[in-house]
Ligand binder design. Structure first.
Ligand SMILES: *Cc1c(COP(=O)(O)O)cnc(C)c1O
Length: 411
């Protein structure tokens, strides 16, 4: 039985010339030749620049904007973002190295994440970056390592609040969590902190990711500021920074609409004014990954075979879930939905057909498009998967089945 899946709102941020998708001012076929092999990920510099400008045009001027490398740690992407944002957030020693290779000053780099090893903490202390503390145990290790290094460590306390960011793709706070210190444990931690070889810079309260509802984000931000005010009243020193997280999502699936950030900006202006009187000198930072780079990236893969099985058309490509786990539906999705996929070499098709696109792996999980109505395509046509600039390659099992790693380019 042929059942056609719902179609997407067409992606329009990349242009089409003579029926071919253009990336970086070049037709996709020519770009593939320039790269030298398929599959590959291409990240559009201008799209990243435009997105940061869009965020800044809506957020109050006083708010610091940080980029989370976790979303896309490709060094050339990070170098580009480093010139646009006010700080970088890393989540491992590997990401720390990439961040330290940029011109961003160490004081504007923060390190978040559970399970930081002693080796990573020692690196972070020596580098002089800010460590977002995840537990009392971590504080004790930082204290010991800072003494051994002969310097004071810079820390923020990552707080696990007693609320969550509603309707998020991923909830990272509220209830019992491995992230951060439970809000009710923070006062006790602060006593310990006062005696340790650390300098407290402030609080990080990160409650969720991939949210498309401005109302939900605004509600969580209000609770975040209220909590930060309460915690600051108990702090041994007046904190200088509140990192309120991000949570800004991008649309991936049919029916999803872009997040409206204008009301979020207006609401933040209210809090900027509040803090100016209630906690003078306190800065506010927001950190995000996906929203800044997700829409700037495209995954390109080549059709190597076309076959028909019991009435269903299959296009088989040279890359799939091994490079792009999220697009295959296997990175945390409960119900598999199609990412925005097109035949990039036939953008204005005369003939369409209902097609499934699979990667080359020997598993039925390796699916890029499930019964989508797409251009009638053949071997050697190129497939583009949009919304692939965040949580793409580095969130994928590249070694699974031993295919070559795809290239990544910035255009
Ligand atoms: C994952 C993560 C981010 C980035 O989330 P996005 O959805 O990509 O914006 C920011 N901060 C922390 C602490 C994270 O764990």
């Amino acid at each position: 039985m042929k059942q056609v899946k719902p179609v997407h709102v067409m992606q329009t941020q990349f242009s089409t010339v003579e029926g071919e998708l253009q990336l970086g001012g070049m037709s996709i076929r020519r770009l593939a030749q320039r790269v030298g092999s398929t599959p590959f990920f291409a990240y559009d510099r201008q799209a990243m620049t435009n997105r940061v400008a869009h965020v800044r045009s809506h957020l109050p001027r006083e708010i610091l904007l940080h980029y989370s490398l976790k979303a896309n740690p490709m060094p050339a992407v990070v170098q580009h973002m480093a010139g646009l944002v006010d700080g970088l957030d890393v989540a491992s020693g590997g990401e720390l190295k990439i961040a330290l290779d940029t011109p961003v000053t160490p004081a504007k780099i923060s390190f978040t994440g559970p399970g930081k090893t002693d080796a990573e903490l020692a690196q972070a202390i020596a580098a002089g970056i800010v460590i977002n503390l995840e537990s009392a145990g971590e504080l004790r290790r930082i204290d010991r390592l800072a003494n051994a290094c002969g310097v004071q460590a810079n820390v923020m306390v990552r707080v696990n609040p007693d609320f969550e960011l509603k309707s998020s793709g991923m909830k990272m706070a509220g209830g019992a969590k491995q992230f951060g210190v439970d809000a009710e444990q923070v006062p006790a931690l602060m006593k310990e902190l006062a005696a340790a070889n650390v300098e407290l810079h402030g609080f990080q309260i990160y409650s969720g990711s991939q949210n498309l509802k401005s109302d939900a984000i605004i509600e969580a931000q209000t609770k975040t500021f209220e909590l930060a005010l309460a915690l600051s009243a108990d702090a041994p020193v007046t904190p200088r920074l509140i990192n309120i997280g991000g949570g800004f999502g991008i649309p991936y699936f049919p029916g999803e609409l872009p997040l409206d950030i204008a009301p979020i900006g207006q609401h933040l202006q209210y809090w900027v004014n509040q803090l100016a009187t209630r906690l003078p000198g306190m800065r506010i930072a927001t950190e995000m990954g996906r929203y800044l780079v997700g829409e700037a990236g495209v995954y390109i893969t080549r059709i190597v075979d076309k076959k028909m099985s019991r009435g269903q058309v299959f296009l088989i490509t040279d890359g799939g879930m091994n490079h792009h786990l999220a697009a295959s539906g296997n990175l945390g999705q409960v119900i598999r939905k199609n990412y925005p996929v097109v035949i990039a070499t036939k953008m204005y098709p005369d003939v369409k057909e209902v097609t499934s696109i699979t990667g080359p792996l020997c598993t039925p999980l390796d699916l890029l498009a499930d019964r989508m109505e797409l251009a009638h395509a053949d071997v050697d046509d190129l497939v583009a998967v949009f919304q692939s600039g965040a949580y793409g390659l580095t969130a994928s099992p590249t070694d699974f089945l031993g295919h070559a790693r795809p290239k990544e380019i910035v255009v």
